[in-house]
Design a protein around this ligand. Structure first.
Ligand SMILES: [Ca+2]
Length: 252
């Protein structure tokens, strides 16, 4: 019923942060084939599907690097959001404190437990389940699931990455997201879902190759309404599944 109410008014109400050409140019490009682990790849690259691909600063902590190597710039140099105003923006509000501005960072392991579990590990300004065991992580504007078909020594299990916002008041909101898959030439893509109080409002596929998608709709929420932005590895394959996602919730 809730989903029907949401979908009954699919108005495009927001102007979202657009994916810039500069962001697209950061797409990881496979340069080496035949790797068996991250150790076989150059600095700041990781092994996915037996190919070395460039990693984002958020991924870099998962790659074995010399102790004296220079790390990428800290993406959290910007000020922490004061949570003011009627717009909750997942990029501006991002924090290494669970619950800041109503946002929480976690995952669901669908094969064993449908419940949301908060991530507890922070590395390189990114939330992780465990960077040595799973690819599952959420950063300021990036989300990555884990899959049964995986690489780099990670465990073969499905994890949906979940960026969650919980409403603190009743009223009408606009819920919107932009998502993009920057890896142009590898993997099978991902599924991006908007889930409100456990009901799937929309599911968008980001296909192999550089692809983008977006969604916006109005919804009536109550205090405690849960809005989840979910990245599914798609057919349990997590290779090259780094996904850019910007979510906005605007009180009306
Ligand atoms: Ca995938």
């Amino acid at each position: 019923m809730y989903a029907e109410r949401v979908l009954a008014k699919p108005e495009l109400l927001l102007v979202l942060v657009s994916w810039s050409a500069a962001a697209a140019s950061c797409a990881s490009e496979p340069v080496t084939t035949g790797c068996a682990s991250d150790a076989d790849c150059p600095l700041f690259m990781r092994c996915e599907g037996r190919m070395c691909v460039a990693v984002t600063p958020a991924d870099a902590s998962a790659v074995d690097a010399p102790e004296d190597s220079a790390m990428p710039p800290d993406p959290l140099d910007a000020e922490v959001s004061a949570c003011a105003g009627d717009i909750r923006d997942s990029v501006e509000d991002f924090s290494l404190e669970q619950g800041h501005c109503g946002w929480r960072y976690g995952y669901i392991a669908p094969a064993t437990d449908a419940r949301f579990v908060e991530m507890t590990v922070v590395q390189t300004d990114t939330w992780w389940v465990d960077p040595l065991r799973f690819w599952t992580h959420i950063g300021r504007d990036v989300m990555h699931p884990n899959g049964v078909t995986t690489g780099g020594g990670r465990e073969p299990v499905d994890h949906y990455a979940v960026r969650r916002w919980t409403s603190d008041a009743s009223g009408t909101v606009s819920i919107a997201f932009d998502a993009a898959r920057p890896d142009a030439t590898c993997g099978n893509g991902v599924l991006v879902r908007l889930v409100v109080d456990d009901i799937v409002v929309t599911e968008k596929a980001l296909d192999p190759g550089l692809s983008t998608t977006s969604f916006s709709a109005d919804a009536t929420v109550s205090a405690g309404t849960i809005i989840d932005f979910v990245v599914d590895p798609r057919e349990s394959q997590d290779g090259c599944d780094s996904t850019r996602l910007v979510a906005r919730i605007t009180r009306r």
